[in-house]
Ligand binder design. Sequence first.
Ligand code: ATP
Length: 137
Amino acid sequence: MTDHINLEIVTPEKIVARESAQIVMAPGINGEFGVLHGHTPFLTTLKVGILHYKDIKGTERFVFINGGFAEALPDKVTILTESAERRRDIDLNRAKQAFNRAQDRLNNQKENIDYTRAKASMLRAIHRIKIAESKSL
Ligand code: ATP
């Protein structure tokens, strides 16, 4: 057990995960990074994307994370993010609707739209759809 790390994923609404993991892979602002037990402490900002980890049984788990911050300590990784969902909690239809809304906005030249906001929304939807449609857990 001592070789595991405690993973905590926290949003303003709730604790999405609090679990022991063998390895945690997260989308850092400068690229994906992995954390194993004993890692040198560091702090980084995160991109919108997919965090995945191996639970103590060795099962690969996937979680959508909406950017934020990661703090890695030798025995713990804490993720603070605006929103996050485990694969099983992702509503695929909702994500597809969000994708379609963002796409309509980006395609509509007449409307005075906020492109940055629409693109960010589309990016969240793409990652959620990718996780929900994957065969992983
Ligand atoms: P939407 O446009 O569908 O609201 P969003 O990307 O704007 O999506 P967020 O602001 O990231 O949504 O999240 C708001 C809340 O809704 C959070 O609690 C988040 O976990 C939840 N949420 C958003 N999309 C989904 C989804 N497809 N499945 C499950 N929960 C979701």
